[in-house]
Ligand binder design. Structure first.
Ligand SMILES: Cc1cc2nc3c(=O)[nH]c(=O)nc-3n(C[C@H](O)[C@H](O)[C@H](O)COP(=O)(O)O)c2cc1C
Length: 339
């Protein structure tokens, strides 16, 4: 891919095909599925569980899409990679070595592999030799400030012929908050001979460009900020052309939520999809007049039809009142931590 690229970072429970598809509409250069548990997927019977089916959906407008595996048993990672390749649906396979959740690291997976480089490399070798698809790695700087193992693992990925690496500029000890270590990222990225995408802490388009420049990365992967501003990819493109990023008003927000709701129903039960839309509405509507009342009524909505009626009626009311802009006084603070 031409550089620089701006990618949607994987987020468990969030970055399913429906949400990714909306981000692609706004110009994301690539995305990764949420993590797939290789221990379960590698052993799954022919008829896959509904959860796997949902995670593995790909919509037509998705490009440069990697499926992400998590696990530490090389055979299961390899078998999962073979199964994913057989679906003929993904452009690459990504290995998760960043997840900090206690339950995940407690079983030796995700960020736990940062502490065991030899084991991590066996996992990487197993996946690479199991598939002809390009393989990518997503990792953190290390377990904590005293154990920065990313350079060693990135070197191994490079030697194994991995396609790229996404580097979250925090340690496992930092979880999802605290300063991203720009200096260490820059040093690691300068040494790498494969593309490294910088990740962590971007809050808006300006930030994403500053992060790119500060780290010298081949691109930036954006997580939480995209949930609240799926248009961030379009904002970035505009800023890079020297145009200002527009304020996203009611018609754009509501149309986006209608599209997302419809897409979500395409690959999970309507009731589940509608439940999920409460979160997205809670991120995208505040700042508009009457948003709180819509969010309250949304709690009763379980069908796409009712969802449509509610949002379309809401937008019609705003149009009639000529009240389409965001009001600063009604806007919540944009922080990443509230996801
Ligand atoms: C709710 C949530 C779920 C996540 N799930 C995954 C995942 O499945 N795989 C993964 O590699 N990273 C996952 N991450 C980490 C993100 O990809 C990203 O590295 C992290 O959020 C930092 O980027 P950000 O500051 O842009 O959000 C998750 C993060 C969040 C907040």
């Amino acid at each position: 891919m031409e550089r620089p690229v701006f990618l949607l970072a994987p987020m468990d429970g969030m970055t399913r095909a429906s949400f990714r598809s909306v981000c692609f509409d706004y110009g994301a250069d690539g995305a990764t599925t949420e993590m797939i548990q290789s221990l379960a997927y590698g052993r799954a019977k022919k008829r896959m569980s509904a959860t796997f089916e949902e995670v593995l959906v790909r919509y037509d407008n998705e490009r440069n899409l990697a499926a992400q595996l998590i696990g530490s048993v090389p055979e299961m990672m390899a078998e999962s990679a073979r199964r994913l390749e057989a679906l003929e649906r993904f452009d690459a396979i990504d290995i998760n070595m960043g997840c900090p959740a206690r339950k995940v690291v407690g079983s030796g997976n995700g960020a736990a592999l940062l502490c065991e480089p030899e084991k991590a490399i066996r996992v990487m070798e197993a996946v690479k030799s199991a598939t002809a698809l390009p393989v990518r790695l997503k990792l953190r700087l290390g377990w904590d400030g005293a154990h920065i193992t990313a350079p060693e693992l990135i070197l191994a990925a490079q030697e194994l012929g991995f396609q790229s690496v996404t580097l979250h500029g925090r340690t496992r000890a930092q979880r999802y908050s605290g300063e991203v270590d720009l200096q260490t990222m820059r040093r690691i990225i300068a040494q790498a001979r494969i593309p490294v995408y910088a990740n962590g802490g971007v809050t808006n388009a300006k930030d994403a460009i500053a992060f790119l420049n500060a780290t010298g990365a081949a691109g930036v992967a954006i997580g939480r900020a995209a949930l609240k501003q799926p248009w961030i990819f379009d904002d970035i493109a505009r800023l890079r052309r020297g145009e200002p990023a527009p304020q996203r008003q009611a018609p754009e927000r509501v149309t986006l939520l209608l599209r997302l709701g419809k897409l979500a129903c395409g690959h999970r039960p309507e009731r589940v999809a509608m439940f999920e839309m409460r979160k997205f509405c809670g991120w995208l509507l505040p700042g508009l007049t009457g948003a709180q009342e819509v969010l309250r009524r949304l709690n009763q909505v379980v069908t796409l039809e009712a969802y449509r009626a509610l949002l379309e009626g809401y937008l019609d009311g705003l149009i009639k009142a000529g009240d389409l802009s965001l009001h600063a006084s009604l806007m919540p603070e944009q922080t990443l931590d509230t996801v």
